[in-house]
Design a protein around this ligand. Structure first.
Ligand code: PLP
Length: 400
C-alpha cells in the first residue's frame, strides 16, 4: 500500500510471535496443540513483586515519572549491577524502557546512520537485524558453528569488523540456542574489541539468571573494564522475574549514549508504567532465592528435552548452559518424505510438518539465521514437554 513507509518494507513481523499466535488460534479452534514457541516463563510473577505493585497503586504512584525511570528504580539497578556483576554505574548511566526490546531499539535508533554496520552472530534473537534495519543500519550476520556451540569466535568477529562497524551484539545466554559465553571466551572477544576503538558492544544479558550446572555468568564490561565506556549492558525483569507483561527492561552505559537513548524515548513512549517501575524495585532488591529454585526446575526440563530429542531419528541436540531454549539440528530429516507424500526440504517444512501432523508448535531455525535447526522453548510443564517429545519422536519415525 502506497501509504505505508518504505522503511517497513525492509522488515518482517516477529516470526516467533507469529508461531505463538498460530498455535493459539489452532488451540482456540479445538486442535490439540502443544506450543513450544513462546519466549516466556510459565511461572507467575512472585507475590512480593505483585504486592509492591498494589502498594504503589494505593500510594497513588500513578503519574508520569522521569523519562529514564524513577531515581529509586535506577538506584536499585545501580545496586544490582554492583552486587551481581561487579560493575559500578551512577544513576545517570542507567535507562529504563518498555521491555528490553524498547531499550535495544532506542539504542540503535539513537546511534545508527544509514550504512552503519551492526555485527550480529547467528543464530540470533529475531529482533536484532530488523531493529537495525528500521534504524537504517546494515546488519552483518556472522553464521556461528554448531561445533563452537553457536558462539562467535575471536577470529570470526575480527573478520566481520570493518571501518563502518558501529555495534557488535552479544547475547549470552542466547535466545535461540541457550549457549552462554565463558569468561575465557569473552576475554578472547574483548581482546579483539580493544583493537577497534570506535566499535560499541551491545551486551544482551536478558537470561543472566537462567544458567545451569554451576555455570558462572559474566558480562563483557566486567571481563574487560576498558570496554565499559563503549558497552551498553542490557537486562530486564521479563525472563528472570517472570514479568514479561509488565514491560520493563533497562541498560547501563556511557552517559552520552544513555542521554541519546532517553532523547528517543522522550519522543515516543516517555517511560514504562509507573506501577511496573515500582514492582521492579522489589524484583531487583527483594528476596532473590526463588531465582535459583526456578533455575533448578528449568535445568530438569532442559535435561528431559535434550535426552528425548536425541532419541528422535534424524535429530541431534546439544545441552546448552542456559536460557529456556534448545536448538536441535534437523539435518537428518531433510530430504525425507512425510506419510502424506510431502518432501521435507527445509527446517520450515519440518516445523510445519510437526504442527500439522502432531500439533507441536516450534520455530524454524531459518527465522534465527541458521538452518537447518529449530528452536524449542521448554518453559512449559514437564507433562506437556514429555507429550510433545513423544509426538516429535513419532513424527520423525514416520518420515521415509
Ligand atoms: N533479548 C532477548 C535475547 C530476548 O529473548 C528478549 C525477549 O524475547 C528480549 C531481549 C526482550 O525482552 P523484553 O522486551 O520482554 O524485556
Amino acid at each position: 500500500m502506497a501509504f505505508i513507509a518504505d522503511r517497513l518494507s525492509r522488515i518482517k513481523p516477529s516470526p516467533t510471535i507469529a508461531v505463538t499466535t498460530k498455535a493459539a488460534e489452532l488451540k482456540a479452534a479445538g486442535v490439540d496443540v502443544i506450543g513450544l514457541g513462546a519466549g516466556e516463563p510459565d511461572f507467575d510473577t512472585p507475590d512480593n513483586i505483585k504486592e509492591a505493585a498494589k502498594a504503589a497503586l494505593d500510594a497513588g504512584k500513578t503519574k508520569y515519572t522521569p523519562v529514564a525511570g524513577t531515581p529509586e528504580l535506577r538506584k536499585a539497578i545501580v545496586e544490582k549491577f554492583k552486587r551481581e556483576n561487579d560493575l559500578e554505574y551512577t544513576i545517570d548511566e542507567i535507562t529504563v524502557g518498555c521491555g528490553g526490546k524498547q531499550t535495544l531499539f532506542n539504542a540503535f535508533f539513537a546511534t545508527l546512520n544509514p550504512g552503519d554496520e551492526v555485527v550480529i552472530p547467528a543464530p540470533y534473537w529475531v529482533s536484532y537485524p530488523d531493529m537495525a534495519l528500521m534504524a537504517e543500519g546494515t546488519p552483518v550476520i556472522v553464521e556461528c558453528q554448531e561445533a563452537n556451540d553457536f558462539k562467535i569466535t575471536a577470529s570470526e568477529l575480527e573478520a566481520a569488523i570493518t571501518p563502518k562497524t558501529k555495534w557488535v551484539v552479544l547475547n549470552s545466554p542466547s535466545n535461540p540456542t541457550g549457549s552462554a559465553y565463558s569468561r575465557e571466551e569473552l576475554r578472547a572477544i574483548a581482546d579483539v574489541l580493544l583493537k577497534y576503538e570506535n566499535v560499541y558492544v551491545m551486551s544482551d544479558d536478558m537470561y543472566e539468571h537462567l544458567v545451569y550446572d554451576g555455570f558462572e555468568f559474566t558480562t563483557i564490561a566486567q571481563v574487560e573494564p576498558k570496554l565499559k565506556d563503549r558497552t551498553l549492558t542490557c537486562n530486564g525483569v521479563s525472563k528472570s522475574y517472570a514479568m514479561t507483561g509488565w514491560r520493563l527492561g533497562y541498560a547501563a552505559g556511557p552517559k552520552d549514549l544513555i542521554k541519546a537513548i532517553n532523547k528517543v524515548q522522550s519522543q515516543s513512549s516517555t517511560h514504562t508504567s509507573s506501577i511496573s517501575q515500582a514492582a521492579s524495585i522489589e524484583a531487583l532488591s527483594g528476596p532473590q532465592d526463588f531465582l535459583a529454585e526456578r533455575a533448578e526446575v528449568f535445568k530438569k526440563r532442559r535435561d528431559l528435552v535434550v535426552a528425548a530429542l536425541n532419541e528422535c531419528e534424524g535429530l541431534s541436540c546439544k545441552t546448552p548452559e542456559g536460557a529456556f531454549y534448545v536448538y536441535p539440528s534437523c539435518a537428518g530429516a531433510i530430504g525425507k518424505t512425510t506419510p502424506d507424500g510431502k518432501k521435507i526440504e527445509t527446517d520450515t517444512d519440518f516445523v510445519t510438518y510437526l504442527l500439522e501432523a502432531e500439533g507441536v508448535a516450534a520455530v524454524q531455525g531459518s527465522a534465527f539465521g541458521l538452518a537447518p535447526y529449530f528452536r524449542i522453548s521448554y518453559a512449559t510443564s514437564d507433562a506437556a514437554l514429555t507429550e510433545a517429545c513423544a509426538r516429535i519422536k513419532r513424527a520423525c519415525a514416520a518420515l521415509k
